[in-house]
Design a protein around this ligand. Structure first.
Ligand code: HEM
Length: 122
């Protein structure tokens, strides 16, 4: 059987590490940290766990996504294009630090970008 994106991300262990690092970077990133600082610890943990599921399920892993849709989640936030780019930058930075090969980074970049319409200005 051919390798899935889930495998290339390092399966559950890789995805858990990646999402934890992305959330840490969001908390340090001045463009978006007010959004995340506004959350309680429970809300941050919830968003973190749902994002791990979203990535695992969407990359072909044996996981069901039980969170809300991207439109439903981000509606009412009026996320700007600059915030969207900042989040994607953090994703790419985390992948670089964790030494994912460039083709895997490019695949994630494409998937992230494809979600822009569902997240920005809603
Ligand atoms: C490719 C980009 C993005 C993806 C894949 C993504 C994914 C997600 C997921 C899966 C959740 C949890 C859903 C749930 O609770 O059921 C979430 C929550 C959240 N996202 Fe995003 N997101 C993205 C971009 C952004 C951007 C650009 C912002 C704004 C800076 C943002 C702000 C938030 C916030 C504040 C929450 C927590 C909402 C809450 O608990 O009510 N996201 N996101």
């Amino acid at each position: 059987m051919s390798e899935t994106l889930y495998d290339r991300l390092g399966r559950k262990e890789g995805i858990d590490k990646l999402v934890n690092r992305i959330v840490d970077l969001h908390l340090q990133n001045e463009v978006v940290n007010p959004r995340y600082r506004a959350l309680t610890d429970e809300e941050t943990d919830h968003a973190r766990e749902k994002t791990k599921e979203f990535l695992a399920a969407g990359s072909g892993g044996p996981v069901e996504y039980t969170g809300r849709s991207m439109i439903e989640t981000h509606t009412g936030m009026n996320v700007s294009a600059a915030e969207f780019v900042a989040v994607v930058d953090d994703i790419m930075q985390a992948m670089k630090e964790l030494e994912y090969p460039q083709p895997v980074c490019d695949e994630i970049l494409g998937i992230a970008y494809s979600l822009k319409e569902e997240i920005v200005h809603r």
